[in-house]
Design a protein around this ligand. Structure first.
Ligand code: SF4
Length: 229
């Protein structure tokens, strides 16, 4: 394991972030995207001060008390010790949930191969046309590869999009839902409405939720609004 690369922080307990599980959240510093609405600028831009050894000790102390561990960030798949840490989590009898922007399909594949990929929350940032302007990255192709891999290997996962009315319109959401249907995704697609109530990466205007007050579901993909994240 990398002793030199810190993680960011640990939230000891959550009932909200891993469906039907009591879990903790391990936050990993750094990200390869720069979404203006990002609620975690300190984590994205920070270096972190906790090391893997401390995280492991924290988990060992909670063996039998937690059902699972959420690996979040930032972008957790960038961390060199993620897979080793996931193996340790499984050895402690806990499940692993990965929160990811989908930019590192090769890491998802390794986690899967090691039987350390119990659940994934996959961010679907935007249509291919708007992906670069919203994420300030050219990572749409790896996102597609991650989506295809999760579908093909039947990994339990959900898809989610943070929506801001200045960035995405109702027709974009319909287009993104259709894209998911075409890519054979079946399940829940969560829209998380941007709320301008905390520090974010950029200065942004308020978002108009009425833009998304429509029925976007299809028989294959159920679209649900989450008002907060
Ligand atoms: S919203 Fe997610 S993908 Fe975007 S900058 Fe923040 S942590 Fe990275």
């Amino acid at each position: 394991m990398s002793k030199a690369t810190p993680i960011y922080d640990i939230t000891p307990f959550t009932l909200l972030d891993y469906p039907d599980k009591t879990a903790c959240i391990i936050w990993f510093a750094g990200c390869n995207m720069r979404c203006g609405y990002c609620y975690n600028p300190d984590i994205v831009l920070g270096k972190g001060e906790i090391f893997i050894a401390e995280a492991l000790q924290f988990l060992r102390n909670r063996k039998g008390l937690l059902d699972g561990v959420v690996m979040s960030g930032g972008e957790c798949t960038l961390h060199p010790s993620l897979i080793d840490l996931a193996l340790e989590v499984k050895a402690l009898g806990m499940k692993v949930k990965i929160d990811t922007n989908g930019s590192r399909p090769e890491v998802l594949k390794k986690l899967y191969k090691n039987d350390t990929l119990d659940y994934v929350a996959l961010d679907f940032k935007a249509t291919a046309e708007k992906f670069q302007s919203i994420t300030k990255s050219n990572l749409f192709t790896p996102f597609e590869q991650s989506l295809s891999f999760l579908v093909e290997h039947k990994v339990p996962f959900e898809v989610r999009t943070t929506v801001h009315s200045a960035q995405l319109k109702a027709e974009d959401i319909l287009s993104m839902r259709n894209y998911l249907v075409q890519r054979a995704y079946r399940g829940n697609y969560y829209l998380q409405h941007f709320t301008n109530n905390s520090e974010i990466l950029e200065v942004m205007s308020d978002s108009n939720i009425t833009e998304f007050d429509k029925e976007f579901s299809s028989p294959e993909v159920k679209v649900q609004m989450r008002k907060t994240i």
